[in-house]
Design a protein around this ligand. Structure first.
Ligand SMILES: *Cc1c(COP(=O)(O)O)cnc(C)c1O
Length: 362
């Protein structure tokens, strides 16, 4: 969003940029929801005011992802981190094996939780390259209950370019940071989850798309609120859903559809990331750390070899009102996030600044 001081470029990694229209409509709904004289924050979720929001969010997600009737979209609490445990709790028996790819911070966290519920094997790891690449080969025994991947590692700045659909077992994916940014056959996944605050909406809601045929196979007792089947039965209203966060997701999905859907998001994402990587590659002062074939189109990670210059570049970004370019506290350097709502103009402004900086300092 821009304020009175002029244009602001928001490269935050999450929570992150959303379209201005979404913020405007969402603020209106807080003051007076659909002309009811009531705020969206003070109405029941099982009302004729809110139910249509849930219905539309669900229908838009189905449409934009092209989901078949076996794949059920759910709106749940707890962020993607809750799914790290809810997935194995619902899909993995204690004596069974699940395969995980180890590609960065987020998949590592998912692996830790899965180990609480059954056997876990690492099907492929890029730990030896400090997560600057992706595993080139996967080892997935046919007996595995599922293979879990993290389609985009938000902190490492890597992304699966080719989804391992042919792994021979059901595929589960954490898509928190690249959902709806590129076209793919979402029906080929057995389960998809994503925290909304990166590319879908406001923090507080979690999207889960689950193939119903995967459920009901584990022997353990699952607490009511953690059993996907109960959420399916109750249309994501088993208890009070995060109403406002769901409303923001719905508005954002409407926006996305009006812009031309996932196909258009992919076109924009390719243009934005190409401009940024081409610029980084052409200026020796910057070092894009990720192996070319594994580069993320959502989170672009780079360093400047001289730490003094790193500070100076960071200061220049702040002076130019470019927000959120500092790398994650665990890896340092820079990280620029190019989520769906980020306009190409912001990347143009950043690359111009990079060229100017390299000319003076290079
Ligand atoms: C941010 C992120 C998470 C964690 O999301 P929360 O909603 O904060 O739990 C998990 N996975 C990926 C890939 C992420 O980018």
């Amino acid at each position: 969003m821009a304020n009175s001081q002029g244009v602001l470029h928001n490269f935050n990694a999450g929570p992150s940029i959303l379209p201005k229209e979404v913020f405007q409509e969402a603020s209106q709904a807080i003051l007076d929801f659909k002309g009811s004289g009531l705020s969206i924050l003070e109405i029941g979720h099982r009302t004729s005011l809110f139910q249509p929001v849930m219905d539309e969010a669900r229908a838009l997600l189905k449409e934009l992802m092209g989901l078949d009737d076996d794949h059920e979209p759910l709106f749940l609490h707890g962020g993607a981190s809750t799914q790290f445990m809810q997935v194995p709790m619902n899909l993995l028996n204690e004596n069974e094996l699940a395969c995980y790819t180890e590609t960065g911070t987020w998949s590592t966290k998912a692996i830790k939780e899965a180990r609480l519920f059954g056997h876990v094997e690492i099907a492929g790891s890029s730990a030896s390259s400090h997560f600057t690449s992706m595993p080139s080969q996967l080892n997935v025994p046919a007996t595995a209950a599922y293979l879990h991947i993290t389609t985009n590692e938000t902190i490492a700045g890597t992304q699966w370019q080719q989804i391992p659909f042919d792994c021979g077992v059901p595929l589960v994916a954490d898509m928190s940071s690249d959902i709806l940014s590129r076209e793919m056959d979402f029906n080929r996944f057995s389960l998809i989850y994503a925290g909304a605050q990166k590319n879908l909406g406001a923090a507080g809601v979690n999207i889960v798309v689950v193939d119903k045929n995967m459920l009901g196979k584990v022997e353990r007792k699952i607490p009511t609120i953690l059993d996907y089947r109960n959420h399916i039965k109750e249309g994501s209203m088993l208890n009070t859903p995060p109403v406002f966060a769901i409303y923001v997701v719905m508005l954002n999905l409407r926006w996305l559809k009006a812009q031309g859907g996932v196909k258009e998001m992919q076109r924009r994402s390719e243009a934005k990331s190409k401009l940024l990587y081409d610029t980084l590659d052409s200026l020796p002062i910057f070092n894009p750390v990720v192996e070319k074939a594994c580069r993320s189109k959502m989170n672009v990670v780079f360093t400047i070899t001289d730490p003094v210059l790193e500070n100076e570049f960071n200061t220049r970004c702040m002076e130019e009102r470019m927000i959120g370019v500092k790398g994650h506290r665990s890896v340092g350097g820079f990280r620029v996030s190019l989520y769906n709502a980020l306009p190409l103009q912001s990347v143009e402004a950043l690359t111009e600044l990079m060229k100017e900086f390299a000319k003076i300092k290079g």
